[in-house]
Design a protein around this ligand. Structure first.
Ligand code: NAD
Ligand code: G6P
Ligand code: MN
Length: 433
């Protein structure tokens, strides 16, 4: 019998996680689920926790959902710890987005200055969770969703010295759900190969005869077929000539880099009118919690699809089931490179196609990239290392280095001003600085 602990259990996404576990109960016999939150999330935890229990009660399975504000009460004996917390909740995200935009830079939860500050707030917390796990559940797997998922996962390996960790994202899931039908195929007919970093990966696709079909999918998307872009990303098309020469499909977030001018312009327009994504999401979250309060609701509501992270449970629950039942399923995860992407060191955390089984993730060899992609990848990976080091040490110079290296932040006096303003705005959550 399996024990799951979910940190950040008060998230509006939790019903989706429950649905994923209920679907897989036969291969993953869960006995208890502990949803952990903090005082600031108490009300959310109680509402979504009751909803989660109703979902299990409506299923054929006997699973108890425990709620606690003390993670040390939940962790003992855990088999899998999943993390989906947001330090400072959505109010902190509003600042991550609005402060950079107020200086004419991209404000986004995982890219640019906002993404860097989400890492600064989150990495100390995840490292303290790892310390508790060493003591209370030393054999457990840590399945991380907390953004920026790649950097947070790498910090666990590098600074937490904890190897049993897998980082996840729903973006590859979305692509694999939608792309096959653009060329009249089903997913089981195709072989996907992903490589890169979280929110910065590319992929190639092959058919059942081993022929590459990447170009066909690119062509189909330019004929207006839906390639599965996440709900939170504005769909400015990539330049077709660029994709034709790249022979890979970029992830949705690459738009911030390949069409930086247009994405920034769109972001600023929203900032000046309807508000940033965090402000929009607050509305959706309120609607969702109103629904969850209904004692008759015992299944995941449609409205959750408005959130960019929709379908994340397909990655989370499938990863857990694959480890537990040694399924060796193909899943795109953040894990140790081990040579899969030879343009990066072996110990780097990368987001790659992997086989997931009882020993965790085994990254599948992708091979070297062309100069343009290699350049981007190495820049972004080194930027991530600066961010992680700054998050751990609180070194202002390192934080500034990360800012200056980040392609969303033009260097100069304004970059320093944005850094200082964010440090002040998030002071409460940045004891290391
Ligand atoms: P949210 O604002 O609802 O936060 C989730 C919960 O975390 C809240 O109830 C909050 O009180 C709690 N929390 C905050 N600090 C905590 C701490 N120290 N310990 C325990 N709980 C704590 O956030 P959300 O919109 O549901 O997203 C949750 C997280 O998952 C975010 O980091 C988000 O970026 C991430 N996410 C990632 C993916 C992905 O693809 N990797 C997809 C969806 C969401
Ligand atoms: C998905 C990403 C997640 C991110 C989410 C944001 O694209 O994979 O990592 O958290 O979108 O969605 P939201 O609805 O919060 O803007
Ligand atoms: Mn993601």
């Amino acid at each position: 019998p399996v024990k799951i602990v979910t940190i950040g259990g008060g998230s509006s996404y939790t019903p989706e996680l429950m649905e994923g576990f209920i679907k897989r109960y036969d291969e993953l016999p869960i006995k208890e689920i502990w949803l952990v939150d903090i005082e600031d999330g108490k009300e959310k935890l109680e509402i979504v926790g009751a909803m989660a229990q109703r979902m299990w009660d409506a299923s054929p399975y006997d699973v108890k959902v425990h709620l606690t504000l003390d993670r040390r009460e939940a962790l003992p004996g855990a088999d899998f710890v999943t993390t989906q917390f947001r330090v400072g909740l959505l109010n902190a995200r509003v600042k991550d987005e609005r402060i950079p935009f107020s200086y004419g830079m991209l404000g986004q939860e995982t890219n640019g200055a906002g993404g860097i500050f989400k890492a600064f707030r989150t990495i100390p917390v995840i490292l303290s969770i790892v310390e508790d796990m060493k003591e209370l559940c030393p054999d457990a797997w840590l399945i991380n969703f907390t953004n920026p998922s790649g950097m947070v996962t790498e910090a666990v390996m590098k600074y937490g010295k904890w190897d049993k960790v897998i980082g996840l994202c729903n973006v590859p899931v979305g692509a694999m759900m939608k792309e096959p039908e653009t060329i009249g195929k089903t997913l089981d007919q195709l072989t996907y190969k992903f490589a890169g970093l979280n929110h910065f990966h590319w992929h190639k696709v092959f058919d059942e005869h081993g022929n590459e079909v990447t170009q066909q999918i690119i062509d189909a998307m330019y004929e207006g077929k839906d390639g599965g872009i996440p709900a939170n990303i504005h769909d400015i098309p990539f330049f077709k000539e660029q994709l034709d020469t790249m022979q890979m499909i970029p992830c949705g977030y690459h738009r911030y880099y390949y069409r930086q001018e247009e994405m920034l312009k769109h972001g600023l327009e929203e900032y000046n009118t309807i508000g940033t994504r965090a402000q929009q999401v607050k509305q959706t979250e309120e609607e969702l919690f109103e629904l969850y309060k209904n004692p008759d609701l015992d299944h995941k509501p449609e409205q959750l699809a408005k959130r960019g992270g929709a379908h994340y449970s397909d990655a989370a629950c499938e990863t857990i089931a694959s480890i537990y039942a040694n399924k060796n399923t193909h899943i795109v995860v953040t894990t140790r490179n081990n040579g899969a992407v030879p343009d990066l060191p072996v110990e780097a955390a990368v987001e790659v196609s992997s086989f997931i089984g009882a020993t965790g993730a085994r990254a599948i060899a992708f091979g070297p990239l062309q100069p343009a992609e290699r350049g981007w990848l190495q820049c972004m990976k080194n930027m991530e290392w600066c961010v992680e080091e700054a998050a751990v040490t609180g070194d202002y110079g390192k934080a500034l280095q990360a800012f200056i290296l980040n392609p969303q932040i033009p260097s100069g006096a304004t970059a320093k001003r944005v850094l200082d303003e964010l440090l002040l705005a998030h002071k409460k959550y940045l004891p290391q600085f």
